[in-house]
Design a protein around this ligand. Sequence first.
Ligand code: UN1
Length: 428
Amino acid sequence: QEMRNPADARDLVGRVAWASDGDVNAALDAARVWDAPAAERAEVLRRVADLYEAHYGELFALCAREAGKMVGDSVAELREAADFLRYYAAHAPDAAPVGRFACISPWNFPLAIFTGQVAAALAAGNAVLAKPAEQSPLIAHRAVRLFHEAGVPRAALQLLPGAGEVGAALTADPRVDGVAFTGGTDTARRIRAAMADNLAPGAPLIAETGGLNAMIVDSTALPEQAVQAIVESAFQSAGQRCSALRMLYVQQDIADNLLEMLYGAMEELGIGDPWLLSTDVGPVIDEASAKKITDHCEKYEKRGELLKKLSIPEKGNFVSPAVLRVTGIQDLKEEIFGPVLHVATFDAKEIDQVVDDINAKGYGLTFGVHSRVDHRVDRIASRIKVGNTYVNRNQIGAIVGSQPFGGEGLSGTGPKAGGPQYVRRFMK
Ligand code: UN1
């Protein structure tokens, strides 16, 4: 299978052979838990972090060429991956591991989340079967080579690149003892069902899934700060983060001014080749994704509810960052994984109702609030049901160790990644 650059299909990044059923079977037979002492495992994981940092140029290039990541995002990606390695190394327990762990990771953080799952499972001494997203196997392959170079035994970490079939084969095989998964809520449900049918009762599933993340901006918010936070939360990484802002509520008294300022800020975004330092918004991951996002926006445009759209390069999987008008979060049927922001206004008296509407969707990943009234912030934050609440800042880019990341409800099982409970879930 050829892997091509999402910004420019002429750029052939590399080739990958998918794992067959026979490969999955052989890997499960060969898998052995990593029975080195905890201190030694921790030492090796810290060495992986050092190797990642030493190979930064190559990893940035793979992030850009295989996953369409702009330079700032690639730097954050490597930073987070190294942080996960060192943080979980610091939590490596002298206790029995669960056993064979399947780690199924997404393309939107092809190094960071891939590394986070694998590092936690290895810190606890598990045998890992790593299945990266089919859109980003080359980065995962380079990462696994660096794990092995640092001293992780080959039988403790095996790479199984492939599409859904490989994940399905792993999660339905009784030789697997636990699963870590980041991706869509529907896939998580299928994994849970397959595990219930085939794995030992009590096999852990650690799932981090989607969200319909909202932000509330009230009339006391500092507009310049709110606008910067909105632009970053909705459009950075081309909106391809499960933490990204999808649904903005602006108090109607300030809406006209705030939205005018937002459209002006959007005009300043550089959209294009992620390898250029001038680029703020790169392509989306593939054609199928671009089509789904574009179709969604066209539906709103036909109804006269497209408020703002930017122009984009003609070639490559680019979609226009856009702002769409809705009456509220109840209008959103599903997570649109791209640079698309839905906006509604609210009257000051309705603020509790807005929070109830957000909670009623059943997701619970990130939430943002901009206000200079402390008691209002406290009331909203205490009523909203999400994993991560951000006040007067953007709502993406959780920092390992200080901002454990993860949701509740339809957004995930916990424990939070980059938090003190995470590695425990990989222990028996
Ligand atoms: C995801 O997009 O799959 O805080 C979750 C953040 C990241 C999100 C990761 N840790 O933006």
